[in-house]
Design a binder for this molecule. Structure first.
Ligand code: XLS
Ligand code: NI
Ligand code: NI
Length: 438
């Protein structure tokens, strides 16, 4: 059965096309910097936004018009699982991602939840086999159900911790079965509202314990996916423990988890943390921790996680610049953790949103590849730091210099002043020039 009857397969028509249902920049087989665009991007559909969500917000009910709306709970889940493959096929998305609750109803208890998951996973496994689509990552939703009101790994209640562990165990079993390339932890409720009732030390120790249990179990069953943590500074709790990339890396190092984890970074989470997306990706990259990306963007006029489809070419260019400098995303990919706006309630909007995001990132890739090929920023930066390649600078870098030798040197070299401008405005203009030209 067709769930998206009004839309045909989206293909590349080039930058002059006026067909809304065509790619203008994303040309999957085109080679950029030695790889096809498809290989660079590893685009992925977020099951929750595309299939499960109905457009409800704090002030209003669901608006989305979907062909499965009138089905019973389990039939709806089955329909969505089938629709997933039609959508990925038509949209030319090679990967998808889901939380356990996105694909299957929780039922009356954990046993029923496991059973429902098994039913849907059968359909997904079949769909993956016939379509060749792959699971970029899966995760457990340990934040929506009221039992997680005080957290999952960070809960004050050991029974709830055990329940979270049971969800993670099932998630890894499913990941192994479907061959997910990554397993993600986003700490939905892993944070706190007030220190007056919170044992922060125990909460963080326990989150780390949950991660270690997951690593042990993955080893036991032979699950080979990469573990990822997705930082976010706020929402739903006031103080989220995985605030940003730097905070998360420090946490992973403290608990000897850094060899087992990388980061899944999200555009809107970066800006909520007061950073740019490229800042977060750079922090992960220089620490060897860049795992995967959740591509979306926030609205500067709204202070929350609006998860909009990414259309900002500057952000996409600088994000893809980092990805290229990282030599790709490895097992990761670019997942559209993006949702259509509530008033965009027609099924066609799901396609139009993905086209906008995929084209923006594809264009960003092309511009970034050209910038790197021409060594635009590299040459500038090399020159800017060249004082560290000779004389006293080389001694600092090599470790030969001591505080005393540097003091001696400084005494004979009064009033040092960097003699070159940072040229920010010029560099921004050059970036514009490359965006306009490519
Ligand atoms: C929420 C997060 C979530 C994760 C997966 O803000 O982005 O969707 O990607 O749990
Ligand atoms: Ni996300
Ligand atoms: Ni988010």
């Amino acid at each position: 059965m067709a769930y998206f009857e009004t839309v045909n397969k989206i293909s590349y028509e080039g930058s002059r096309s006026t067909n809304p249902y065509a790619f203008k920049s994303y040309n999957p087989k085109e080679i950029i910097a030695g790889k096809t665009m498809e290989e660079h991007m590893r685009f992925s559909m977020a099951y929750w936004h595309t299939l499960t969500a109905g457009g409800a917000d704090q002030f209003g009910a669901e608006t989305a018009v979907r062909s499965w709306n009138n089905l019973s709970v389990l039939d709806k889940a089955k329909a969505r699982a089938e629709a997933a493959f039609e959508f990925m096929e038509k949209m030319d998305l090679p990967f998808y991602c889901f939380h356990d609750v996105d694909i299957a109803p929780e039922g009356a208890n954990l046993r029923e939840f496991y059973k429902n998951i098994d039913t849907i996973v059968d359909i997904l496994a079949q769909g993956m086999k016939t379509s060749g689509k792959k699971l970029l990552w899966n995760t457990a939703n340990m934040f929506t159900n009221p039992r997680y009101v005080h957290g999952a790994g960070s809960t004050c209640n050991a029974d709830v911790f055990a329940h979270a562990a049971a969800q993670v165990k099932k998630g890894l079993d499913v990941g192994k079965l479907l061959g997910s390339e990554n397993y993600v932890f986003w700490g939905g409720r892993e944070g706190y509202e007030t220190l007056l009732n919170t044992d922060m030390g125990l909460e963080q120790d326990n989150i780390a314990r949950l991660f270690h249990l997951a690593i042990d179990y993955a080893k036991e069953i032979g699950y080979e996916g990469q573990f990822l943590i997705e930082p976010k500074p706020k929402e739903p709790t006031k103080h989220q423990y995985d605030f940003d990339a730097a905070t998360t890396i420090a946490f992973l190092q403290k608990y000897n988890l850094d060899k087992h984890f990388k980061l899944n970074l999200e555009g809107n989470h970066a800006t909520l943390a007061g950073h740019t997306f490229e800042h977060e990706i750079r922090v992960a990259r220089i620490n060897g921790m860049l795992g995967s990306l959740d591509a979306n963007q926030g609205d500067p006029l709204l202070g929350w996680d609006t998860d909009e489809f990414p259309v900002n070419i500057y952000d996409a260019t600088l994000a893809m610049y980092e990805v290229l400098k990282n030599d790709g995303l490895g097992k990761g990919g670019i997942n559209f953790d993006s949702k259509v706006r509530r008033p965009s309630f027609e099924p066609e909007d799901l396609f139009l949103g993905h086209i906008a995001g995929m084209d923006t990132y594809a264009k960003g890739l092309k511009v970034a590849a050209k910038l790197i090929e021409d060594r635009v920023f590299e040459n500038f930066i090399d020159k800017r730091y060249s004082s560290f390649t000779e004389g006293v600078g080389a001694d600092i870098v090599s470790g030969k210099a001591t505080l005393a030798s540097l003091a001696d040197y400084a005494l004979n070299n009064e009033n040092p002043r960097p003699n070159e401008s940072g040229r920010q405005e010029y560099l921004r203009a050059v970036l514009n020039q490359y965006i306009f030209a490519e």
